[in-house]
Design a protein around this ligand. Sequence first.
Ligand code: SAM
Length: 340
Amino acid sequence: MALADRFGRPLRSLRVSVTDRCNLRCQYCMPEPDYVWLPRESLLSFEETSAIVDAFTPLGVDRVRITGGEPLLRRDLHVLIESLAAKPAIADLALTTNGVLLASNASALRAAGLHRITVSLDTLDGSRFRTLTRTDDLPRVLDGIAAAASAGFASLKLDTVVIRGINDDELVRLLEYAKTVAAELRFIEYMDVGGATRWTPAAVVSRREMLERLQSHYGAVLPLKEESSAPADRFLLPDGTTFGIISSTTEPFCASCDRSRLTADGVWLLCLYAATGTDLRRPLRAGATRDDLQRLIQAVWSVRADRGAEERLGMDRETTLVPVRSLKKDAHLEMHTRGG
Ligand code: SAM
């Protein structure tokens, strides 16, 4: 029988972070002037990551997403992709990137066996991009998207975090751009997960508001009825274009969450909002076998009862969820360590 947690949720989707470093400094993720990094010696080697994934797959994990920090900063990433792509149990192998280094990597990633790619793109305006990320890399990101669009991936998605007063007037422009590269766009509500120290409730543009704005431009926007544990609800525009909205902040979807996260140093987190996780690196380095790790994972998942985003809905929203002093003490609380 498939492994299920206390709410009957299966263990299926694993997000694997390969680094906590990033080459952008997005205001909603890494707004601080400096950060505490994971010690280098604690980072899992590709062999260790692959061994840990092998302990997950017999328990039901068949979808793996490589993330970070910025995963393309990890040298020779294609080697890890090759080893994961060779595992028959993994039906879906995807990567989330900011796109800055994608142009020169897209075809190698595809050749290594990566199925799908998602690029984060919050604006098409160069000066906004600079304000938002503190770099001038928008042209590189757009080149990366173009390279991914022609590299033959099974799907290309673009993820946009929508923030009031920053990019909420670009919904239509981003959708129109996505059409030109045959990508499906997903709008993400701004979340106050660790790292988002500038988050305020007023900066959140809700799914409802996004839909109202899109309807007033395009006309009827129809919901697509799908049986899926994917975080995005998908919608259809009158011209047949589809797009998604990930409404983690105003309409969380904890009940169907089959995702968990492995940080680059081997800490397994059951929820994006979790305060602590299970260290899988220590037992692995102490000689634990695949069966030992599997037993540990099974024991932890079977009592999982996290509903982080739903619980957050019921809390006082005027204060930041994780204060900077806590983030400085434990890098595992940061979004860029958890992989988003
Ligand atoms: N560097 C890669 C990238 O930019 O896609 C992967 C890591 S990034 C942490 C993963 C995703 O988390 C990105 O799509 C990013 O926009 C999203 N993210 C980070 N902070 C967020 C926040 N406060 N609210 C919503 N999404 C956030």
